[in-house]
Write a protein that binds this ligand. Sequence first.
Ligand SMILES: Nc1nc2c(ncn2[C@@H]2O[C@H](COP(=O)(O)OP(=O)(O)OP(=O)(O)O)[C@@H](O)[C@H]2O)c(=O)[nH]1
Ligand SMILES: [Mg+2]
Length: 472
Amino acid sequence: MRLDRPALLDAILPAPPGSFVVLELTCDGIARRAVHPTEWAVADHLARFRPSNRIVGLAIASERELILPDPGGLMDELLISFLFLIARDETGVPTTATVRLRGDDARRRAYPFFLMPEEFELPVPRGADTAILLFNGAGDRSFLRETMKLARDAGYRIVATEMPRAATLTRTGAATLGERLAAAEGFDTVIFARDPGARALAIVARACDKRVITREDLIVSIFEKRADGQSGKLTAAAAATGRERVRHHERSHGLSRLTGGVGARGPGETVQEERKRSLKVRARRIREALDKERGRRENQRKFRARTNRPTVAIVGYTNAGKSTLFNAIVGEKVVRGSDEFFSSIDPKIRLVTLFGRKFFLLDTVGFIEGMSQGALDAFEQTFTEILNATLILQVVDPTDREWRVKKRYVDELLDSCGVAVGSVEVLYSKRDLLTGHPPDGGERCYAAGDRGDVRRLKRSLFERLFGETAPA
Ligand SMILES: Nc1nc2c(ncn2[C@@H]2O[C@H](COP(=O)(O)OP(=O)(O)OP(=O)(O)O)[C@@H](O)[C@H]2O)c(=O)[nH]1
Ligand SMILES: [Mg+2]
């Protein structure tokens, strides 16, 4: 990366005092310079910022400290690899520079500007976990941000991003892309944010000789990594195997057509046959184990039904705050939850006593947009539990800018499983972080760490479940 001090000085010094300078940076210099009078104008610039494939980073220079609440998240959203925040004095002379690299905050460094190396050397990460993320078919920011987070949670270091316009790829398009990726260096995996079609995936993988996966694979691999209990492990394994079988089928199908259709025999055929057989065996073993597990769960459910005690299921989009609410109601010490997606895979059940009455409380796996039918099928157990619940609490995180879209997604999913709207009660978490108007007039908002809020929730839950006023 050739970003030298003289070039930065040239770009920053002529800006009037008090103004903000935004520089869009490519690998060999400054592509564009914009001067803004206010912080709001910078925010506006960032909101409209659409990086081309050339723009790898931004430098923002100002006298006043720019308020960036979450620079890491911002960089993910802007699809840039690094961000320089340059402080300058009243005369415009740069004094210090803070360098942030995406996905690796530990390497954030502050330099006195005069010490900043003549040419800034940006480390290029290497290794099996490095990936390029292709946002084919673009999508809104929250989709981009979410996919980026999924990739990180799945253990990838994203070293570059691109936004091919079309979601699906023609044969020629895939071949061209594959060739281009083959020529590029510094990553071993290619991740498509949208499935471009099995044939396209196979062509790209062949052309560039790298691991080629999709967002759905990220979801499944996170499931696999996080699952801790028996049933979670099995469902995750079922999702992964199911996915592999579909992929395998599509790939061999797609490739046989590529090599000339019926009758064309490739040298890989026996290997493919073998792979197919081993996948089949694995799928059968998992199915058998799952059947056993299903039986065990069903017995549990029957037992719960015999006790005549109601069951409350907590559902919602991933990271909404379900487990935190579960812990708050159960009365377990509220340990800080994890910000990772799908931190709970196994449906967790506890018998809870509220004002002397008992009920079962169930925590469930978080939903996420883009789960295929295969992945959803693997969570059949969770859905069965939800369907059998007396009351369903849907936790919504109103501090998420996309909460309405996510809530609608969860609503539709529940509806498609046959859950009656009337048995779902919506609760809004993270009241303590909310800055704007609270949804629903604030009545259904709570902060999991606020005793008063939790008590209020417990009382209304009691009244809803037992039809009686909770004792004071
Ligand atoms: N400030 C604040 N943070 C909260 C609140 N509720 C949850 N969180 C945080 O939100 C994040 C996600 O919470 P979880 O309870 O793990 O979310 P979840 O819905 O169970 O997520 P998955 O199991 O991954 O689907 C954690 O970092 C929690 O600490 C709240 O009321 N206030
Ligand atoms: Mg959870």
